[in-house]
Design a binder for this molecule. Sequence first.
Ligand SMILES: Cc1cc2nc3c(=O)[nH]c(=O)nc-3n(C[C@H](O)[C@H](O)[C@H](O)COP(=O)(O)OP(=O)(O)OC[C@H]3O[C@@H](n4cnc5c(N)ncnc54)[C@H](O)[C@@H]3O)c2cc1C
Ligand code: FES
Length: 1283
Amino acid sequence: MEQSESTVNNSLVFAVNGKRFEVSTIHPSTTLLEFLRSHTPFKGAKLSCGEGGCGACVVLLSKYNPVLDQVDDFTVSSCLTLLCSINGCSITTTEGLGNTKDGFHPIHERFSGFHASQCGFCTPGMCMSLFSALVNAEKILRPEPPLGFSKLKVSEAGKGLLQEISAAVLGIAPLLMPVKVLQQMLIWRIWGLIPFGERFLKNETRSTLLLDSSRYSWYNPVTIEQLRSLLGFVEDGNGTRVKVVVGNTGMGYYKEVENYDKYIDLRYIPELSVIRRDNTGISIGAAVTISKAIEALKECNQSGFHTEEDMVYKKIADHMEKVASGFIQNSASLGGNLVMAQRNHFPSDIATVLLAVGSTVNIITGLKSEELTLEEFLRRPELDSKSILISIKIPDWDRIMGISSGTKMNLLFETYRAAPRPLGNALPYLNAALMAKVSRCTTSNGIIVSNCRFAFGAYGTKHPMRATKVEEFLTGKVLSVGVLCEAVKLLKGIVVPDDGTSSPAYRSSLAVSFLFEFFSHLLEANAESPDGCMNGYSTLLSPAKQLDHGKIPTLPSSAKQGVELNRQYHPVGDPIEKSGAAIQASGEAVYVDDIPSPTNCLHGAFIYSTKPFAQYIAFVVADTQKHADMAANLAVVDYDMENLEPPILSVEEAVRKSSFFEVPSILKPKQVGDFSKGMAEADHKILSAEIKLGSQYYFYMETQTALAVPDEDNCIVVYSAIQCPEYAHGAIARCLGIPEHNVRVITRRVGGGFGGKAIRAMPVATACALAAYKLHRPVRIYMNHKTDMIIAGGRHPMKVTYSVGFKSDGKITALHLDILINAGIAVDVSPVMPQHMLGALKNYDWGALSFDIKLCKTNHSSKSAMRAPGEAQAIFISEAVIEHIASTLSVDVDSVRIKNLHTFNSLIFFFEGSAGEPFEYTLPSIWDKLATSSSFKERTEKIKQFNMCNKWRKRGISRVPIVHEVSLRPTPGKVSILSDGSVAVEVGGIELGQGLWTKVKQMAAFALSSIQCDGMGDFLEKVRVIQSDTLSLIQGGLTAGSTTSESTCEAIRLCCNMLVERLIPIKEKLQEQMGSVKWSTLILQAQSQAVNLSASSYYVPDFSSMRYLNYGAAVSEVEVNLLTGETTILQSDIIYDCGQSLNPAVDLGQIEGAFVQGIGFFMLEEYTTNADGLVVTKGTWTYKIPTVDTIPKQFNVEIMNSGQHKKRVLSSKASGEPPLLLAVSVHCATRAAIREARQQLLRWTGLNKSDSTFQLEVPATMPVVKKLCGLDNVENYLQSLLS
Ligand SMILES: Cc1cc2nc3c(=O)[nH]c(=O)nc-3n(C[C@H](O)[C@H](O)[C@H](O)COP(=O)(O)OP(=O)(O)OC[C@H]3O[C@@H](n4cnc5c(N)ncnc54)[C@H](O)[C@@H]3O)c2cc1C
Ligand code: FES
């Protein structure tokens, strides 16, 4: 049992950022992230998903490799890495790269300099991924780059960032940045690589790697014998819970709440860690990481394919690269994956692929050792906790396929996976690996299948399976369309998901698609021979050829950003670096959870109802967040449902029961024109068509959080990540029964809000305050991601019924909408929804527009505003109507759009009071300009050609306009000039990542510079925006609706103007005396003359101009894969009118980020509930936001400077929300591509009719798209060939 003394280290020793840590006792379940955040000053690594799915917690781990006498550096997710497993290692967090005092690292500088940080919560993780890519590029044996250049390739950097799902929501800038940054980075050689690791690792940890097991309950057996004896422990029957562990990434999926008493780390047993290759195959130890396995498999064919085995290894490695993300692959073991597949029925990719290639495994159980085929291993009863997987062997194919050497045969091998994200970090709907030996038939002209193995997995069965019947059927057959048809039929009967699996028909159809794709190049290459056989044999001559699918690159390939700078209000209008971006990158920016816990601090967790009322029902507190979460999990809630009405879970039910929230008349939008008259003028009518729209989760990276600290005399200070501190302030005072002056709510920055940290953050802050007040102790909460997702509410789902009348030329004469909005259980801000919807719905001239909007009160969680609330749904409705009209008239959709674009007169008619001046109506010029800049017409023609030439890929293009009404709200501001001339600015608006502070800084510098002192060139440096404090600046209101930045800037301008007015007389006097006047002299003089150097204002927008319209247009082109339903966005071009942008870099980030979040809404994100109304997509495993691989491959954004707008703040316009609506262009383009697919399907089925009217749901996920393209399109195609 005990480990030999010579190798035992008494303490757990490791280094963090060069600092040596020696931990004498710790629970073995403690993660590295928990330790970093609670026992070190380094808060750069953040907790977000806690399941290995987001990248916020990524750090660099450096480890001495005694075999190669070198240091290995790789990223890991610190939220899953167990602290005891890093004994002897060195950790680098982003703080280790550089900081404010010692200077930032070039990576930090590049992230901030290229505007690649928005809310900043995910930035440290991204920095570490990039840093790791740079470090490892330097180790690659490549020709030395020119002096000053790094060896890193842009593609490698892009891949490094791929893992960071966070980036997508927070703006495209962080996503595309690496490409730009890396191009820049190539001009400097990375410095400071592994600043600390090398020395620490070599001096201190070379010989002592193992922990004192008795002290840490952490065992590092170094032989199988030791392992065997340790496993005896498991059956002691003394209640000891033992866990065998390698990378512990399985916790990301299973999130066991159970705490184990002892851990056995398998990584030090040589048999489990070696990789051997000989002429019988390649054997990989079970503890070998996926990264190392990939490396080994790729090593076999570094200079091209030499053998078919090499080709197979390469493809296995390629498939493995799509398993999770790099930082998981670096610690996840092959064995762990297979054991999860075997024991827990995990939908593994690796098991499927290795099954197809006939792998075998070695396991030990007690004293018994066995060698089994992977198939036997998977099928046998679930592995017990005493059995250990030792190694996996991928054999030599010829043996598996039973081919004797010398036979003239070719090996076909391919792996497939259909997943929401093409490059990984998303479990597949189905995966497959297909292998076949084929040869030219000597009697016919065709190709004969001599042997084959087909494995399918992850489709909703316990294990991956071989399609044995299909294999048997095909073996010995000459391939023909008829044979393929039969094989497909057989396969459909085999790949059948278990009951309860989502999208079962889709998954089965994928299996058919993959089998077809596997053989299709034989079918396509030479077409069929006269005897009906497939004879594309020539394509098989080189194994490498099988790789060449001519696929679109999976990472973004280019991006253009266009701005017209405006120097009139310098430094307003300059693309200056975002305030605080560098400290966000270096991890020094302080978010609520980074504030050190005060003494005696307690941690809270919510218990929520699991019955369809989705509400908080209790708040528990404990000594740590982990314990509070565990307690909340363990709570048993008894529900007495007797005599209760059944819950209302649909808007239809709400209508039946008349369950509605009232919309105050002031918030009710007005009908436009005379609907009956419009309908009477129509040549055509569509009556009562229906649309349904789902919800969307905010997916901020920082979950809901607050810290409440009791203060003297019944006062309380609450640090809250909230968009409306003022409202929380009032709620806390009312809840505690104390006057409002006893409460202070402080908000410095918020790690992403998107509307979810407005009203929804109030109960979080209030619960902490209440507990702190009652218990007289500080109480904090950092909500776990799952609870956050269940409780958040999100965007409003709705059902819409429309009737529309239109002329034969496409001109719409009248539209009526019945809209049922699911508002959930509480009213929240739902009454603003009708007005918001109408503010975007009126983007076309509908002739007349009438509507009936009902806010349905249901038993779902309360819905709240989410970025572009109501507007995102409205744009979809309006485009759905346009598309419906075009398909009814069988005309081009773009022509219907053009026909119904507003004239300035119709704009005034629809937007009474907010249409502005005629010159301000820029949409027509944007529309035309975009057509030219995106080559819309030429590409439309090219797409027609493409669609004619391609059966399984169809393209679509679409151009959409937006008109989006926003409104300004009153906002306070305060500017104070300190004695040294530095300036402190307080604002009501909250910095959420939208760049509010940056614009405010620019405005303060601009307005104060008007005093024209000497040496004000770097005045921006003198201005600091400080955290919001509800007692220092009252009436802060709500940061939402895209306009807070501009109103805040205006409030600050008013303050500055007051100060300038006070300072001017003094300056003039000084000028007379001294000639020139320095700012510092002026301020000292003003101080001595007792001038009030602090000014506050409350900006109240003028009623006549508080509402205004924003314009933009987008063209998107997509390609749909008809076999899988995957949609690839090939290109998006946007032109957006920003007035005169206050900061074009910030606005570009907003436009790109909003567009990407819109892609999420329209194409990817399913925020679904079960039959009881409870959220089922409650983590990164099931909720898929866009990542680098799902955004446009080419992304061109132009900010239009539309000149002077007298009634706007320095002629600027909003950018936060309207561009989200432009993403509907992607959805419309997808619809266009699907329309082509359906026409083709009709031709295959011999039905020569037109079928252009269909509904494409939101989000248009892969199953949705595939269903519309035909779940049985392969079968129909094959049949068409036969008939
Ligand atoms: C975010 C994320 C995304 C992922 N995506 C994918 C994906 O797309 N496709 C895919 O196939 N996989 C995916 N995975 C799964 C991943 O491959 C596994 O989590 C990983 O391989 C498990 O290895 P580990 O060393 O971390 O195992 P651990 O977490 O240490 O162990 C997992 C389980 O296996 C047991 N165990 C481990 N090794 C052995 C052994 N040798 N003998 C007996 N028992 C053992 C442990 O006791 C534990 O019960 C993903 C994982 C994460 C976290
Ligand atoms: S917090 Fe670790 S990956 Fe998300």
